[in-house]
Design a protein around this ligand. Structure first.
Ligand code: NAD
Length: 319
């Protein structure tokens, strides 16, 4: 009998092409993620690929044959880990696929906010590209302090780019040795609340856990430099959104780049959408063509490797 993969939400076709030569595997793509519909589809599948939907207890229970959840990406806070563990289901991620794209996205945001794209766009059009020498609107990254919170795959990709821009890099990650951070050209801090006060840029790269939820709250935001720029491409909830809006409205920080939100997709009523000091992208840090292909291929390859008993340990999340 053929093994069945349910592809939950579309992935790049280059990933699906890997299955072309496998006569022992079949797959079905589902884009309707409504619980009843999905539960029916899950009944007979051995493996799933998973993007953004919540793969909760109800859905795991609806899949009695499920042996592997292959996440398209690296975060897995949308999976009910407890139930997956009880069922001995393997959870795989694509650790090699996306950290560079996210680090580039952080630079896209930092440069964009620092160089005031919106300001330039508006005034150059209005003034018909008249040269202005009386304005001092934009910032350089050179020689500025940045705090990277979380020094995993993305934090490490980011620091290389920061060093290339001659930034002074500080790192907060209680689980990483200071020697390793030094090798990358950064300085370890054990106290992010004190270090953050002197930072020009702060970029968050931790998972969302009980420990990291709301780690940047109003008290921390109000202690930052008024000229500082904060970026979150990790997970919504690490920065408290209500507090963030308040700090921006009181001009306590200069600008923010957000790719992730407490609730996704973001509600159209969310005041963050209207705040002109926030540069927003819709969880799109990995949405380069190259990265989308890498993620799709690695997601499918993890399932093939699992079926062939050769799934790399480093792609498996310890539950
Ligand atoms: N926007 C996107 O599309 C996108 C893409 C990739 C990753 N992400 C998210 O970015 C985050 C980082 O991804 P990654 O691949 O670098 O993960 P990773 O697991 O490689 O690194 C996470 C790091 O955070 C550190 N950490 C854990 N708790 C911490 C704490 N309390 N304080 C400081 N550091 C702590 C860990 O020690 C680890 O080094 C994750 O939340 C992931 O889901 C988002």
């Amino acid at each position: 009998m053929k093994k069945k993969i349910l592809i939950i939400e579309k992935i790049h076709e280059d990933g699906l092409k890997l299955l072309d030569s496998r006569k022992d595997i079949e797959y079905e793509l589902v884009e309707n993620c409504e619980t009843n519909y999905l539960s029916e589809k899950l009944k007979d599948c051995d493996a799933i690929t998973l993007r953004n939907i919540d793969f909760n207890k109800e859905l795991i229970t609806a899949a009695p044959k499920l042996k592997i959840i292959s996440r398209h990406g690296v975060g897995y806070d949308n999976v009910d880990l407890q139930t997956a563990k009880e069922r001995n289901i393997i959870l795989a991620i694509t650790p090699k696929a996306n950290s560079v794209s996210v680090a580039e996205h952080v630079f896209f945001m930092m440069l964009n906010i620092s160089r005031g794209f919106d300001i330039y766009d508006t005034f150059t059009r209005e003034k018909d590209f008249e040269t202005r020498t009386d304005l001092d609107l934009t910032k350089e990254l050179w020689n500025k302090n940045i705090l990277i919170i979380g020094f995993g795959r993305t934090g490490k990709s980011l620091i290389k780019r920061c060093i290339g821009f001659d930034m002074n890099v500080f790192v907060y990650d209680p689980y990483i040795e200071k020697e390793l951070i030094k090798e990358y050209g950064g300085k370890k801090t054990d106290d992010y609340k004190t270090t953050i006060k002197d930072m020009d840029y702060v970029s968050v790269h931790t998972p969302l856990t009980k420990e990291t939820k709301n780690m940047i709250n109003i008290e921390v935001l109000n202690s930052m430099k008024k000229s500082s720029i904060l970026i979150n491409t990790a997970r919504g909830g690490v920065i408290n959104e209500k507090d963030l809006n308040e700090a921006l409205n009181k001009n306590n920080i200069f600008g923010v780049g957000l790719d992730v939100y407490e609730n996704e997709p973001i509600s159209l009523n969310n005041p963050l959408l209207k705040n002109k000091k926030i540069f927003l992208t819709p969880h799109a840090a990995t949405h380069t063509k190259e990265c989308t292909i890498r993620m799709a291929k690695d997601t499918v390859q993890n399932i093939i490797d699992f079926f062939d008993n050769k799934l790399e340990q480093s792609n498996i999340v310890k539950l």
